[in-house]
Structures are given as structure tokens and as C-alpha cells.
Design a protein around this ligand. Structure first.
Ligand code: GAF
Length: 391
């Protein structure tokens, strides 16, 4: 069974239109929503994301040479590269996400002597810049495809590491490993608990339907990117805090260290550190709440996470705060911004029957504030990257 018939058909049709022949294999990878655990990944901490039912699909046909051509619906021109010439300086723009995976695989020890070229056509229904990891989906779909086509033998955790490496070294964004892990390790109706130090991952049932709940995304349409600006500054603050407190990473600290941190750090660095320490606790508390009481019990933890991101980590924006407070006032049992921040999306855990009223309330609140019209839609936890059947 395909994960999304309309998208896989669009990828196959797009392939035929662009290359004048039919594809011989098909792959897909999802975007992600992070339920809780923000900016904890690059601090060796815990995250709890899930793969969403918004995907990037790639139709492929093998070639007889070592050339890769990639066409997409989101860029006018196809890119062409020779497998042997791919390096950080030879790729740029959107194609760095897929093509950088070839270089990353080689850096992780893959011998590409037996690799062959292919044509590929990509389509996606993950909004770009919405904080739902469209870029990780691109890396994951391409990484899984070359891993299986070329028989590279990497496991999914290693593919996620290659994706992060690509993002850091080729794309130039100092991001952690959460997004690629969610896209590669996600399972239906579940969240992925990832220990970003050991990379141990466990899949935990979310049980939304048992509780008659859904997760609504509120895409503020404030776009963001992580290669520049606030994201890198937050990472630098965390590294400074760890250094000044004499630990390898903020993962090594607990709430018992907060009084010392308050004494030894300037106020801003202290608040950055406090967010990471308390967010790690909230992730583990969320896992316990899910296991012991189900999804109905997680709301206050999500609300507290948002407050911490707004006040201590300072990565929220007015649109995200308004989305969260409006959701909380219209029936959400918990709401928070999700992802790297400075724009993007918020999530609300809410009864399915209340989603139309939530959409109306958010639309009205955004119109009154003079913000751009937001997009509100429900996401379902779904399977990670897969090879799709051809038809
Ligand atoms: C972005 C990054 F890519 C992730 O690694 C993570 O740090 C996240 O922001 C914040 O939790 O999505």
C-alpha cells in the first residue's frame, strides 16, 4: 500500500513529463512535528517527535552512467551532477539537501565504486519554512534511496547522522539530529523518544484516537531558516553555559544545578540553560504521562514547554504566542510552538470535534492582530521513510 496515492501518482507523472520515460522505483519520507523537547537535541538531551502524514516522494529511474539528475516541482530547473564530482563546494541551493547526502555517505565510509546514476523527480506536500522539516524529508528520502539502490548498508540511525552531517557541513545550518531521526524512525500512531547522546530510540504509542484527540498544526506562515541568526545564537549560548559550568553538554546538568547556574552565569545564559534543563525533564515526564495515563495527561507539559521557549529561550514570536493562547482558550488540552522557532508552526492537542472552531478562532485572532492568514490542519503520526510500491 502506498502512503499517499495522490502524491505518489504526482511523482510518477512528474517523472514521465520531465524525463519522457517511466520511473522504476519510488521512495518517500515524511516531515515531522516535535511533540516536546526543543533545542535539546544538540545539547545531548531528549526529544519526542513524530513523523507526519505530509511527505516528500521521489520517483527514480536507473541510468547507465554516473550522472544524477533531479527535477522537482518546487524549483524550475533540474540539477545535474556526476557522482564523483559531488562535494560541499559543488552543490548549492535546494539541491545541497539531496546531493549532499552522497558526499555525506562517502564521508561516513561508503565506497561508491558500484554506484550508478539515476534520474529523480520529487514532489512534496510539506510546506517549506513552516517548521515541519521539509529539508530533513528531502535528505531522508534521498538518503534511504541511495542506501538501498547502491547497497550501502547504513542503518537508519546512521542515515539520520549523515543527514545531520550534511545539514551542518554542506548546507551550513548548525542543527541537531532530531528532524532526520523523526523522518527515518517514525511509526504510525507513535512518537519517537530519542536520547540524542546515545542515539537510543524507542517508539511510544501516542494513543490519540483512544482519547478522542487530534494534533492540529497552526502554521503561522512566518518563515524561518536555521543557517543564520537566532538558532545559531541559541546553540552558542548553550555551549557557553556548558563550558562555564564545567560540563561537556547541558545534558549533564539537573534541576539541582540551577541555583549554582544562577550564581555563575549572566541572566540571559542562565535562562537559556534553564530551558534546556527543564525541557529535558518535561520530555521524560511526557513519556511517563503517556505510558501511565495516555494522551489526555500531557497538556500541562506542552503548555509549560511553550512558556519556557517564550520566556527563557526566547525563540517564540508574537504569531506563535497568539496561536498558542488562542488554542488554549478554544479547547486545546495543551499547545506549544514546535521546531526551531523564530516563526513556523504551533501545535494544539485538541478534541477532533473542536478543530473547526479552533480554525475559526485562530483565523479571527490573526486577522484582528493584522497577521498573515494562518493555515490550520490536523496531522497524524505516520510511518517514516519507505520504499513505496510502484502501483
Ligand atoms: C530544528 C533543528 F533542525 C533540530 O535539530 C532541532 O534543534 C529543532 O530545530 C529544535 O528543537 O528543527
Amino acid at each position: 500500500m502506498t502512503t499517499n496515492t495522490a502524491l505518489t501518482s504526482a511523482a510518477l507523472d512528474g517523472f514521465s513529463e520531465r524525463f519522457g520515460t517511466t520511473a522504476d522505483s519510488l521512495w518517500s519520507a515524511p516531515g515531522r512535528v516535535n511533540l516536546i523537547g526543543e533545542h535539546t537535541d544538540y545539547n545531548d538531551g531528549f526529544v519526542l517527535p513524530f513523523a507526519i502524514d505530509r511527505r516528500t516522494v521521489m520517483a527514480v529511474r536507473r541510468r547507465d552512467d554516473r550522472v544524477i539528475r533531479i527535477a522537482t516541482t518546487f524549483a524550475p530547473d533540474a540539477v545535474t551532477a556526476d557522482i564523483d564530482d559531488i562535494s560541499p563546494s559543488a552543490v548549492s541551493g535546494w539541491s545541497a539537501y539531496p546531493l549532499g547526502m552522497v558526499w555525506g555517505a562517502r564521508e561516513f565510509g561508503a565506497v561508491l565504486d558500484g554506484a550508478f546514476g539515476f534520474d529523480a523527480s520529487l514532489v512534496s506536500d510539506i510546506p517549506v519554512g513552516a517548521g515541519l522539516s521539509s529539508s530533513a524529508a528531502l535528505e531522508s528520502v534521498f538518503g534511504l534511496a541511495i542506501n538501498e539502490l547502491w547497497g550501502l548498508g547504513f542503518d537508519r540511525q546512521t542515515l539520520a547522522r549523515i543527514g545531520q552531517f550534511n545539514e551542518n557541513q554542506v548546507v551550513g545550518a548548525p542543527t541537531g539530529i532530531m528532524d532526520q531521526s523523526a523522518s527515518l524512525l517514525g511509526e504510525a500512531d507513535s512518537v519517537v523518544l530519542l536520547d540524542c547522546r546515545s542515539l537510543d530510540a524507542s517508539v511510544i504509542p501516542l494513543g490519540l484516537s483512544d482519547a478522542d484527540l487530534v494534533i492540529a498544526v497552526i502554521d503561522t506562515r512566518v518563515t524561518h531558516e536555521h543557517a543564520t541568526g537566532g538558532y545559531a545564537a541559541r546553540r552558542a549560548s548553550c555551549e557557553l553555559g556548558a563550558r562555564l559550568l564545567g560540563v561537556t553538554s547541558l545534558r549533564d546538568l539537573t534541576v539541582d544545578d540551577l541555583p549554582r547556574a544562577a550564581r555563575e552565569l549572566d541572566d540571559e545564559t542562565f535562562r537559556r540553560v534553564r530551558h534546556i534543563i527543564t525541557e529535558n525533564v518535561r520530555v521524560l515526564d511526557t513519556v511517563r504521562a503517556l505510558r501511565d495515563h495516555g494522551a489526555t495527561a500531557i497538556g500541562p507539559l506542552l503548555d509549560a514547554s511553550h512558556v519556557s521557549m517564550r520566556d527563557d529561550f526566547e525563540i517564540s514570536v508574537s504569531e506563535l504566542d497568539l496561536a498558542v493562547s488562542t488554542a488554549q482558550a478554544h479547547g486545546a488540552i495543551g499547545a506549544r510552538m514546535t521546531g526551531g522557532g523564530f516563526g513556523g508552526s504551533a501545535i494544539a492537542v485538541i478534541a477532533a470535534s473542536r478543530v473547526p472552531a479552533l480554525r475559526e478562532a485562530v483565523d479571527a485572532a490573526f486577522a484582528e492582530a493584522g497577521f498573515e492568514h494562518p493555515d490550520v490542519f490536523v496531522v497524524t503520526p505516520t510511518v517514516g521513510a519507505v520504499r513505496e510500491p510502484l502501483g
